[in-house]
Write a protein that binds this ligand. Structure first.
Ligand SMILES: *[C@@H]1O[C@H](CO)[C@@H](O)[C@H](O)[C@H]1NC(C)=O
Length: 290
């Protein structure tokens, strides 16, 4: 029995030697395979650690999704989402801050949560263009899925990239170019005139005029109430000085109101008003203008 066992062991041993001798190549391959497997495990572990806290404490942006972030406390990680429409502000890991996307760069983490739209609000929070392409000066401000419609000041249109009102040539909104919005084309001028950003009266409205930036891009500007654009002197002036527009404020403002706009009644001096502002520079010496 013992002998039989010994023989078996011997045989196995020999077989083992033979195997070792015959398959150095195979062995090397096997070693490589194991090494690679180990490397793979390392990579998996590495990518797992990117899900863990990069530092024990702080707030950290997700690598792919702009509105997802991680709250780390003593190395404990909690995944969080910004309110719909806002994105994580990754300027500092100290603060838990979600902002509207206009000043946050999401190009390297462009994914976003599934939107929760409601009337006029493609997402719960944010500024959104009017649904109708040709309505350029109106947009929606949405808070928690409730909208407020905002109208841009005269001459400006909604700028989708900045979330504010801008000149049409800056907003570059589709269907809302300067020409489309104003229906005004800057007259062709030579280079020296173009460089002065020439002004032209708005043919339809005495209170307004166009400034042609570099001679070719119109921006509509207004004169203050009571004034009109004097196309001869190329400036705003009180309506009584501009004969072409003499009747412009008829029915809207009385002569008394116009006179009051031009010469506002001096307000009664307030008693003992002390300036709380420290003078930041020494007072100017009285000049000829004063
Ligand atoms: C440009 O046009 C203005 C007005 O039409 C003219 O007075 C001026 O001489 C012109 N300048 C040049 C360089 O052609």
């Amino acid at each position: 029995m013992t002998r039989f066992l010994n023989v078996t062991i011997l045989l196995l041993f020999t077989a083992g030697l033979a195997l070792a001798a015959n398959s150095r190549k195979q062995q090397a391959t096997e070693q490589n395979r194991r090494k690679n497997a180990a490397k793979d495990r390392e990579t998996i572990e590495d990518s797992e650690t990117t899900d863990q806290c990069p530092e024990p404490n702080g707030f950290f942006a997700d690598a792919e999704q702009c509105d997802k972030y991680y709250d780390c406390r003593d190395g404990e990680i909690t995944e969080k989402l910004c309110p719909d429409g806002m994105v994580f502000n990754d300027y500092s890991s100290e603060y838990e801050k979600c902002d509207l996307p206009f000043n946050i760069d999401c190009t390297s983490r462009p994914k976003l949560q599934v939107p929760q739209p409601s009337q006029h609000c493609p997402r719960k929070h944010g500024y959104f263009a009017h649904e109708e392409l040709h309505i350029c000066d109106k947009f929606y401000y949405c808070v928690d899925g409730k909208f407020n419609m905002i109208t841009c000041p005269n001459g400006l249109v909604y700028n989708e990239k900045a979330g504010i009102c801008s000149w049409p040539d800056e907003a570059k909104k589709k269907g809302c170019s300067s020409e489309e919005v104003f229906q005004f084309e800057c007259p062709k001028v030579n280079e020296s005139v173009a460089a002065t950003h020439p002004r032209y009266a708005d043919p339809d409205d005495c209170q307004y005029f166009y400034v042609c930036i570099n001679g070719d891009t119109p921006r509509r500007n207004g004169c203050k109430l009571g004034q009109v654009f004097d196309d001869v002197h190329k400036k705003c002036d009180w309506v009584r000085h501009v004969p072409e527009c003499a009747d412009w404020y008829k029915g809207r403002l009385t002569d008394e109101q116009l006179a009051e706009l031009e010469n506002p009644p001096t307000p009664k001096p307030r008693p003992t008003k002390v300036s709380r502002r420290k003078p930041s520079r020494p007072p100017r010496p009285a000049s000829a203008e004063d």
